[in-house]
Write a protein that binds this ligand. Structure first.
Ligand SMILES: CC(C)(COP(=O)(O)OP(=O)(O)OC[C@H]1O[C@@H](n2cnc3c(N)ncnc32)[C@H](O)[C@@H]1OP(=O)(O)O)[C@@H](O)C(=O)NCCC(=O)NCCS
Length: 180
């Protein structure tokens, strides 16, 4: 694996256009039909918990965390996670996820809020970063989803058994990202 000089930075408003283009190129128009998109629609992500990867001045990767609720538990939805195709398999995706989880843990310590990070994705990839499949039937999402792809990572000692109920947008918390 070639070593690349990668900077991981907290997302800034100036990154929006490049991130939106990367997401559009990666997921295409079908992204609007995805169940995870429904949770993010009109539900601003936490910019302070979202990260970009740069090589020089070029944005090559992005990950975002968005407030949600699982049953009564405050949580964060991870995604989209995207890395520019020529720069894949250099560990950028993994580093972005690990950086976002680290920030979410720090936020939990300061705010006492989100205790879980949920995503819809491939267990063989995210399993290496601490995500586990939610047992079938424990949670419901606002749209169709393959239960094998509903994964969660606890930021504290919350047991998997407590990950239950409908997954919804979290409008109870003021979005902090514009002041970050
Ligand atoms: C998934 C993605 C973000 C990974 O980025 P990355 O920087 O290449 O990730 P890493 O370098 O940390 O890991 C790459 C390794 O994971 C593997 N991998 C990538 N996607 C995988 C998946 N869906 N399932 C299993 N393994 C996967 C790669 O084959 C690679 O293996 P290698 O190291 O043996 O070559 C990137 O491939 C991407 O943007 N894909 C399209 C968007 C997408 O699928 N996002 C996730 C949706 S939830």
């Amino acid at each position: 694996m070639t070593e690349l000089s990668i900077s991981l930075l907290t997302e800034m408003p100036a990154d929006d256009v490049a991130i939106e283009r990367l997401i559009a190129r990666t997921f295409g128009p079908g992204r609007y039909a995805r169940t995870a998109f429904r949770l993010r629609e009109n539900n601003p992500h936490r910019r302070d918990l979202s990260f970009t990867a740069f090589i020089g001045t070029m944005l090559v990767g992005s990950v975002r965390l968005t407030p949600i609720v699982i049953g009564a538990l405050p949580a964060l939805l991870l995604g989209p996670l995207t890395v520019e195709p020529p720069f894949r398999s250099h560990g950028i995706g993994r580093r972005l996820v690990e950086r976002a989880l680290e920030a979410a843990k720090a936020a939990l310590a300061h705010e006492g809020a989100a205790r879980l990070v949920l995503l819809v994705g491939d267990e063989p990839y995210y399993g290496r970063m601490g995500f586990h499949r939610v047992p079938r039937g424990q949670v419901s999402l606002p749209g169709p989803v393959d239960p094998a792809r509903v994964l969660v990572c606890a930021l504290d000692a919350t047991p998997m058994d407590a990950v239950r109920g409908p997954v919804r947008k979290d409008f109870t918390r003021a979005p902090l990202q514009e002041s970050a």
